[in-house]
Design a protein around this ligand. Structure first.
Ligand code: GCO
Length: 460
């Protein structure tokens, strides 16, 4: 089999750079009511007519709760250093408060031990969006009490597995939870209220900071941080209106999260825009949010282009698009990393998700997903370019191990490097899986034998 030649990134990555692959609980686990799991806001949101493009839900998903051992074998055979997964809060604490569910905790215990037994380092995320539904009934992330519920949950998970995981991420993509979930209503919990959204955003950040403090207070040996969805934001034209709109969007998407995490408080321009919709911030909150992190993760898929008072037509740029309709712009990842490096005093930085959906076809046991290989190779190259220009990068993870439940798009969009047949749940590694495995082997040879060995391996 021949693959497009990767860029020549191999010699540029530090020896301790962490290569990984990522998933999340609701998207792959299934077992919606197995072993005493409680309902999550995504279980509930999927029942809203029209909420999910194909009318599907995560009740079975990839059935990972029953097939986890075989999935870990696939991860081990891939040769990654790390696997990033998330814990389903309602699986380990069905009511979001009070008693913990031993069956749920035991599942993650076995998962962590299974990874370690296979030589793969666990990267655990506490909140990849599946909040216990009973907490939503009590106000969800817009309610200050949820902050304390989250800290308790974090403490419990950390005391159970924190001695064996490399990294604990508090929240995955708080912007998505707050804005897509509470302002635009396209994701769970499906609310449309900017004031509620910004209060939720504040509580997510506050609970992140307080959880970090709680983990350290119990001497949890794992490193801890947060994962943000970040994109460079461009105006659609040279007009002053578009420039202002892009500046505001950068404020809402990037600076709203980065500035308080690094002790600078919320950006003044966004607060002015929000007016009465700005969150209620109590004394001490900003100090808690700025609790120093051991790492920062970012998820990168594309850039964002903003037109004042309207939508930017992605077809107008001439860029190639993924099946999500997202422009393929790896150079914007380099630009984003350089900007983060320039503007904030970063801890070790990870790309915690990067990948693409394409219309894959399974034929004779193969999926020839050359587009995905090109996407991954060019974005890995973009990370290498940033490293060469001085950005300290600690790792990179492919989204995703498996085709899975792509939120409001249901199962129609496939991001996996492993194909999942949703009738039989059979897993078939795609060409991109084999490409990534070969790339990682070349990396290892490079660590052992210098860049000449890499180039030879990449030519083979
Ligand atoms: C994310 C999402 C993933 C998505 C992926 C593709 O963290 O952005 O968490 O769950 O599946 O981004 O849209």
């Amino acid at each position: 089999m021949t693959f497009p030649r990767p860029p020549q990134p191999a010699p540029r990555f530090p020896d301790d750079f962490v290569w990984g692959v990522a998933t999340s609980s609701y998207q792959i686990e299934g077992g919606a009511d197995a072993d005493g799991k409680g309902e999550s806001i995504w279980d509930r949101f999927c029942r809203v007519p029209g909420a999910i493009a194909d009318g599907s839900d995560g009740r079975v998903a990839c059935d990972h709760v029953h097939r986890w051992a075989a999935d870990l074998d696939l991860i081990a055979a891939l040769g990654v250093d790390a696997y990033r997964f998330s814990v389903s809060w309602p699986r380990v604490q069905p009511d979001g408060r009070g008693a913990f569910n031993e069956a749920g905790l035991g599942f993650y215990d076995r998962l962590v031990d299974g990874l370690l037994a296979r030589g793969v380092r666990p990267y655990l995320t506490l909140n990849h969006w599946d909040l216990p539904a009973v907490l939503q009934d009590a106000g969800g992330w817009a309610a200050r009490d949820t902050v304390h519920r989250f800290v308790d949950y974090a403490r419990q998970v950390a005391s159970r597995v924190g001695d064996r995981v490399d990294a604990i991420t508090t929240h995955n993509e708080p912007w998505v939870i707050a804005v897509l979930g509470h302002e635009n209503g396209v994701f769970a919990p499906g609310l449309r209220d900017r004031r509620v959204a910004m209060q939720a955003a504040h509580h997510l950040l506050l609970s992140h900071g307080l959880a970090l403090q709680a983990l350290r207070a119990q001497a949890c040996p794992s490193r801890a941080g947060i994962v943000l969805n970040l994109s460079p934001v461009f105006p659609a034209s040279d007009s002053p209106e578009d420039a202002a709109a892009a500046r505001l969007e950068d404020g809402r998407l990037v600076r709203w999260f980065m500035d308080p995490l690094f002790g600078r408080g919320y950006p003044a321009d966004v607060l002015a825009f929000l007016g009465d919709d700005a969150p209620r911030v109590e004394s001490g909150d900003l100090e808690a949010i700025a609790t120093p992190m051991d790492f920062l993760g970012l998820n990168y898929y594309s850039r964002s282009v903003v037109r004042a008072g309207g939508w930017f037509d992605v077809h107008s740029s001439g860029k190639r698009l993924t099946d999500m309709g997202w422009e393929i712009v790896p150079e914007c990842l380099t630009a984003l990393l350089l900007r983060l490096h320039r503007d904030w005093p970063l801890p070790p930085l990870y790309v915690m998700e990067n990948g693409a959906a394409f219309q894959d076809r399974l034929q004779d046991g193969h999926v020839h997903d050359g587009d995905r290989i090109d996407y991954l190779a060019s974005h890995i190259g973009a990370v290498g370019d940033a490293i060469e220009q001085g950005v300290k990068m600690a790792g990179y993870m492919v989204w995703s191990l498996l085709d899975n439940f792509e939120w409001a798009s249901g199962y129609a969009k496939r991001f996996g490097i492993v194909h999942v047949d949703y009738d039989t749940l059979a897993r078939t590694p795609k060409d991109s899986y084999h490409w990534y495995r070969d790339f990682l082997q070349a990396q290892r040879r490079a660590r052992a034998g210098g860049s000449g060995a890499v180039r030879a391996a990449l030519r083979a």
